[in-house]
Ligand binder design. Structure first.
Ligand code: SF4
Length: 326
């Protein structure tokens, strides 16, 4: 199938089947750019269905780039609470500040400037250029990669290497409706060419799809190595309150409020009290109850009864709940 025909078929399908998402409506240019930026940061590690209520709440509270640049961190983190990967929201605010300072409050519409902004990599820069600026970019997210791999039946290790995938995406051609086309490809992956049981009988490009012809939809997995780590978590309790500190030590949950912790290397006879999974890290946590909390310069003392009033990562909340149960 010629590239332009592929694009046409996918766009026709999209026009009839696209989901109505809060960041997809018809907005002024400025709003569209801001909404695309916020939604793309949220979608970096999170599913569409989870993002929708967060996005609506975020926009309601922080309606534009200017307010984002000067929003209080406390409010910002509260609005992000539950989405995880907090470095995303810190970078989002930093990006807003740079755009206000260096680009006169307008999101830059070229790849080099976008990719230099905090938290924006190849994928997000391409997505913003396509969706917010209608430029001919195809952002390679997991959905689009899956469609491409199945359509061309790319299974061998050298075929699924990133550089080859980038080269092969030219089979999707382009469209003057770049904004819609990028989203149409993502939507096709999300709704039709699903990870398991793709709905090929509803797919607009099934005729030329190699996986469909071979009736083989298995994908070669890129195995992300799981890592296992061990932590000693220190609990100081006074008058029904727990001591927490700001995390400046670990790369995960950076600058957020956690229990004091120490990483242990290859412990002997480690009997963990609880486990926690964070991205590809399995955390084995042993709890140590201690008394003398004087060494902490600016601790936060939190009460379990008021847990919902605090701006805490779910990791910390889960630990508090565990402590209360045990
Ligand atoms: S025909 Fe099936 S496997 Fe091929 S792209 Fe469409 S949904 Fe995916």
């Amino acid at each position: 199938m010629k590239e332009q025909l592929v694009a046409k078929k996918i766009l026709n399908w999209y026009d009839l089947n696209k989901r109505i998402l809060p960041w997809r409506k018809n907005f002024s240019l400025q709003k569209r750019q801001y909404y695309t930026l916020v939604s793309e940061f949220m979608l970096q590690q999170t599913q569409v269905a989870t993002v929708i209520p967060y996005f609506n709440r975020f926009i309601e509270n922080i309606p534009d780039l200017k307010s984002l640049a000067k929003v209080e961190n406390k409010k910002l983190i509260k609005l992000w609470e539950g989405l995880g990967y907090y470095s995303r929201v810190r970078n989002l605010k930093k990006t807003a500040q740079v755009v206000i300072k260096n680009f006169n409050g307008k999101l830059p519409g070229n790849f080099e400037d976008l990719i230099a902004l905090p938290g924006i990599g190849n994928y997000t820069a391409s997505a913003v250029l396509a969706i917010a600026f209608n430029k001919p970019y195809i952002p390679l997210d997991g959905n689009i990669e899956r469609v491409l791999k199945r359509y061309l039946y790319l299974k061998k290790v050298n075929e699924i290497r990133k550089d080859n995938i980038i080269k092969k995406k030219s089979i999707f051609g382009s469209s003057s409706r770049s904004r819609d086309y990028a989203q149409a490809l993502m939507e096709l992956g999300a709704l039709i060419c699903k990870p398991t049981n793709p709905l090929c009988n509803q797919c607009p490009i099934s005729k030329k799809c190699k996986s469909f012809k071979k009736n083989d939809f298995d994908l070669t997995k890129n195995i992300k190595k799981n890592i296992e780590k061990y932590f000693l978590l220190k609990v100081y309790k006074k008058d029904e309150r727990y001591l927490l500190i700001k995390n400046t030590k670990f790369n995960f949950l950076k600058n957020l409020t956690i229990f004091p912790m120490e990483e242990l290397s290859k412990p002997k006879n480690f009997n963990e009290n609880l486990n926690f999974k964070m991205s590809n890290m399995k955390m084995n946590i042993k709890i140590q109850y201690l008394r003398n909390s004087k060494k902490f310069q600016s601790p936060y003392w939190i009460s379990e009864k008021k847990l919902d009033n605090y701006m805490l990562p779910s990791f910390t909340k889960k630990i508090v709940k565990y402590l209360e149960r045990n």
